[in-house]
Design a binder for this molecule. Structure first.
Ligand code: MG
Length: 380
């Protein structure tokens, strides 16, 4: 190889690789080390592979439908609270903030965050439980696994082949979520971070929504030491806050406290451990998350939310009804597959009508589900 070819090679480092070389820590996942896509594609001039994955997810119809899916609280309860789309954006923002300080790959983080909940059926976890129950003899149902089915089989971006043709790392990251019970399965730090940011976001926003909807008061919440600590800090900073602003300030503080704790704890650990590569970090026993002290305080808050919010009578009654309706609609399709839309009838022949019915329902927004259920039950 002549010297002119060598310098040409050095010069040809892509914009993305150069930028990552400047910005990322050695333990981050670099685009240049990606295992690539199932169907190879030429690289893009200025968008790296994970950025392209992020964009593909952002432009998918499953992603847009997140705006019509509940997080914890349904549409009848007003429109202040989070939907699954705004939850997803909060997770992405929190994860990117932390990822930037820890010098991880923000494009990969964002792709994983935008994807993490796209497999959620209507009516949140209740929808998932209803489908998992009827699907038990047919391979079960998990929203995390369904997210992979969506991006690999159900979204159409290319006219000849189904799926978004995402990178191996984004697909593996979502697969890690599906198989959380397997602690031995190592995940990239970016994957671990999105999981930790998910918990940061919902602990804070479920607290906020629950206060706003009047399911609990800030006073009751102060039984939880973490919330008491937030109230105390806010009162120290602002002596004359009205109740309304106190609630807001406490929730902001709850996000900030969790994010700061995670950054400080992880930065300290990463500094000590000096991982030389993404793989070394993955294979170690280090996990991105809150400090052990804050993790314990978060568990106390989650226990409180579980008892007093997620199992609140106003939510339980909505859930029971949704549970029944979802199973009814599933049975209608299974008994008569010709009631499925044409394109899904073909897929049902291939994957079985039970799975197809579950997939079709899982893709619906809450409102589309309600309309379809009403129509199908009336015309039965
Ligand atoms: Mg989530």
């Amino acid at each position: 190889m002549s010297s002119s070819t060598l310098s040409a090679t050095a010069m040809s480092e892509s914009f993305v690789d150069q930028r990552e070389r400047w910005l990322l820590a050695p333990y981050a996942m670099f685009s240049r080390d990606s295992a690539g896509r199932r169907r190879p594609e030429p690289s893009h001039a200025y968008r790296g592979p994970f950025q392209r994955d992020r964009d593909r997810i952002l432009h998918s119809s499953a992603y847009r439908r997140l705006s019509g899916k509940m997080q914890v609280f349904t549409g009848e309860m007003g429109d202040y609270h989070r939907t699954r789309l705004t939850h997803t954006q909060e997770v992405a923002t929190i994860a990117r903030t932390i990822g930037r300080v820890l010098r991880l790959n923000e494009d990969l983080i964002e792709a994983l965050a935008l994807m993490h909940d796209i497999g959620h059926p209507p009516y949140g976890h209740c929808g998932e439980d209803a489908l998992a129950e009827v699907m038990e003899p047919f391979g079960g149902f998990s929203h995390n696994r369904f997210a992979l089915t969506i991006v690999e089989e159900m979204e159409y971006r290319y006219h000849r082949q189904p799926g978004l043709n995402l990178t191996a790392e984004v697909l593996a990251g979502q697969a890690d979520r599906t198989d959380k019970s397997n602690a031995a399965r190592p995940s990239l730090l970016e994957v671990q971070l999105v999981d930790a940011a998910d918990s940061t976001a919902y602990d804070a926003h479920d607290t906020d929504d629950a206060i706003k909807l009047g399911l609990v008061t800030l006073e009751q919440l102060q039984q939880v030491p973490l919330i008491a600590r937030c109230v105390e800090s806010v009162r120290e900073s602002y002596a004359d806050l009205s109740e309304r602003f106190l609630n807001k300030a406490v929730v902001h503080h709850l996000v900030n406290l969790q994010v700061t704790d995670m950054i400080e704890y992880c930065a300290r650990e990463l500094e000590q451990r000096q991982f030389a590569s993404a793989d070394a970090a993955m294979q170690s026993d280090f996990r991105i998350g809150p400090s052990p002290e804050l993790a314990e305080q978060k568990r106390e808050l989650e226990r409180f939310l579980f008892q007093n919010v997620y199992r609140h009578p106003r939510l339980i009654s909505v859930r029971q009804l949704a549970h029944e309706k979802i199973q009814t609609l599933w049975r209608i399709y299974v008994e008569d597959p010709s009631r499925l839309p044409k394109k899904y009838q073909l897929r049902a022949e291939r994957i079985g009508v039970q799975q197809m019915a579950a997939h079709y329902i899982a893709g619906m927004t809450d409102r589309f589900f309600e309309d379809t259920h009403r129509l199908m039950v009336q015309s039965r």
